[in-house]
Design a protein around this ligand. Structure first.
Ligand SMILES: [Zn+2]
Length: 51
């Protein structure tokens, strides 16, 4: 019987790759069009929504 291994599977958004945030430098899964992690992105979005 085939044993399914589902341990610590990386859950990343579709098209996302593991890279470092350009703001805080934390390694996280980011889409190619996103350069900041969710923390920095959320903060920027909440601050004004646009640069
Ligand atoms: Zn960040």
């Amino acid at each position: 019987m085939a044993k399914v291994v589902h341990a610590a599977r990386i859950t990343a958004p579709d098209g996302a790759i593991w890279r470092t945030c350009s703001d805080c430098g934390q390694l996280t899964a980011l889409p190619q069009n996103v350069e900041r992690c969710t923390n920095c992105g959320d903060q920027a979005a909440k601050s004004g929504g646009r640069r």
